[in-house]
Ligand binder design. Structure first.
Ligand SMILES: Cc1cc2nc3c(=O)[nH]c(=O)nc-3n(C[C@H](O)[C@H](O)[C@H](O)COP(=O)(O)OP(=O)(O)OC[C@H]3O[C@@H](n4cnc5c(N)ncnc54)[C@H](O)[C@@H]3O)c2cc1C
Length: 512
């Protein structure tokens, strides 16, 4: 059974998909959005975020364009600094070990600010991330790590604003609607097959944008591509990102690209549920390890907790935790730094131990060799460089001396009660491998030619991230490439229509 025709069908209901839909509509297209999740679980991983978004800016004047609500008083008490395009490029090339695709990275960085301004025009509001990305020192907040702004209402607020904008512009969004196959004449795409809880049908359209996330929620694909043990990771976000868009596109000859064995994965409450829980959002993450230490089951430290700002280490440390015996670690903090712990440490679901002495704490760390743990803490405490002042806003160089596994910054002794420890496992955020696109968002085939009528955006685009990731880039990438894919699809429509894929006999025969 075939349905009413649209110009552009967008597969997915997260940030990338909704930006693509709005952009295609702006280009004059009749757009349909297919969201696999029911309405109450819609919005993909985007809805699980805190809404933090990385973009290049020259200074506070540009921030005020994005956030006209900023008061003079806020500006006076805050050092927003700058985050130039060059800094953004440096971060991308450094954390990906120079692997990021320069064409894609160029789009991401150079279009970051204009894309946020465009989103603002679509009703998304932004605010500074005080607290998590800026600490108050001597009465003034100072932002660090290139991450300054978040969407109002976090991820849910972002998805709500974009959804509202789509509805206002007459873009139809169908929930509980899973795209299961791309319709094609063997050369070009001409629509999708859709499965709902009640029926299966086909929607014809000369252009399809796939923005349906990576394969992080599919344990079999995780194990196949990321490696043995990854079936044991918890999924931080939506249960619906099972690689459908990638598989559908590969099935018609799309070219895979990027770091297929790589992913973004963090320290995540060891007892969290298998998939994300929207009621908890990102609360299971535990991102304050730079202020303490992490030990494994053997009671040993295993990683430099202070190698860099957490924005540049958290996405790769999930894998390191997964590789530890028993796939867990305990983060340990003392009374000196408890005030620095992020809000997520205070949720009632945290797997937490509190004690007034180190001996008591160590004995209560489930699965840990307590004796070895106490020895490790003593050795660590003795190695802390007391001659360098502690400053959470800078890479302060207050490290350890002489340890096999150093802590490079923010080293403080674990000595002052009360002591707190939090058990973390590995939480996967999203996968890095995906589809190859050209510089305008068209999906390319294995001869590296665009597949007419097929576009991609968001997590399922491969080539941007390798090994690691700078915090806040997922939303920016979804927005930049979503806007791009939607605009290109709308712009290609006259050409796609003249190809008349939908009228071809082969295409007609492909319709079930
Ligand atoms: C807990 C958590 C916190 C995060 N925090 C941040 C942050 O603060 N800042 C940041 O930049 N990034 C953050 N990220 C990463 C960020 O969420 C993603 O990189 C980004 O949102 C991906 O956007 P997307 O639109 O590509 O995918 P998603 O938002 O995941 O959207 C994919 C959509 O596709 C739908 N779908 C899947 N299969 C089908 C199908 N067959 N048919 C139809 N629809 C389908 C899904 O239901 C979903 O709606 C976080 C992620 C998580 C999980």
């Amino acid at each position: 059974m075939s349905e009413r025709r649209f110009d552009v069908v967008v597969v997915g209901g997260g940030n990338a998909a909704l930006c693509a839909a709005l952009s295609a509509q702006e280009g004059g297209a009749q757009v349909l959005v297919l969201e696999r999740a029911p309405a109450e679980e819609a919005g993909g991983n985007s809805a699980f975020t805190a809404g933090a978004i990385r973009f290049a800016y020259q200074g506070v004047a540009e921030l005020r364009e994005l956030m006209p609500d900023l008061t003079d008083e806020e500006v006076a008490r805050t050092d927003f600094g700058t985050y130039t395009e060059d800094q953004f490029f440096d971060d991308m090339f450094r954390v990906t070990r120079n692997r990021t695709d320069p064409r894609l990275c160029e789009m991401l960085v150079r279009r970051s600010f204009e894309t946020l301004s465009w989103m603002r025009g679509k009703g998304v509001r932004f605010q500074p991330i005080y607290g998590r990305q800026a600490f108050k020192v001597d009465g003034r907040f100072k932002f660090w790590g290139g991450l300054t702004v978040e969407a109002w209402g976090g991820g849910p607020g972002l998805v709500q604003a974009l959804t509202g904008s789509c509805q206002q512009k007459g873009i139809e969004i169908r929930y509980d609607s899973r795209a299961v196959r791309l319709l094609t004449d063997g050369r070009a795409v001409g629509g999708v097959e859709v499965k709902t809880p009640h029926r299966r049908y086909q929607v014809r359209a000369p252009a399809v944008v796939v923005a349906s996330g990576g394969f992080e929620s599919d344990a079999e694909m995780r194990t196949r591509y990321l490696g043995p043990g990854w079936e044991l990771a918890k999924v931080r976000g939506t249960r619906f990102n099972t690689g459908d868009g990638i598989k559908m596109a590969l099935a018609i000859g799309a070219s895979p690209a990027g770091n297929w064995s790589g992913c973004h994965a963090v320290g995540w409450d060891f007892n969290a549920s298998e998939f994300g829980d929207l009621a908890v959002g990102d609360g299971f993450q535990k991102h304050s390890y730079p202020w303490g230490i992490m030990v494994n089951a053997a009671g040993r430290r295993f990683v430099d907790e202070g190698a860099d700002f957490r924005n540049y280490t958290y996405a790769k440390y999930g894998r390191v935790i997964l590789e530890q015996p028993g796939n867990f670690a305990w983060q340990i903090f003392d009374g000196k730094v408890l005030h620095l712990l992020r809000d997520e440490y205070r949720i009632k679901q945290a797997t937490k131990v509190k004690a007034d002495t180190l001996a008591e704490l160590a004995s209560r760390l489930e699965g840990v060799d307590a004796k070895q743990c106490l020895e490790e803490i003593a050795a660590y405490n003795a190695a802390v460089r007391q001659d360098v002042p502690f400053n959470p806003n800078l890479k302060d160089g207050r490290g350890t001396a002489g340890l096999a596994i150093p802590k490079s910054n923010w080293a403080n002794t674990i000595a002052d009660p009360p002591f707190e420890a939090y058990q973390v496992g590995c939480g996967i955020t999203f996968t890095f491998g995906g589809l190859r696109i050209d510089a305008e968002g068209r999906v390319m085939d294995q001869d590296l030619r665009p597949i007419p009528g097929l576009y991609a955006a968001g997590e399922l685009v491969g080539g941007l991230f390798y090994f690691n990731y700078p915090g806040g880039t997922g939303l920016m990438s979804g927005a930049v490439f979503g806007k791009l894919a939607g605009a290109t699809a709308a712009q290609d429509l006259p050409q796609l229509r003249s190809n008349a894929v939908e009228e071809s006999e082969v295409f007609a025969a492909s319709l079930a």
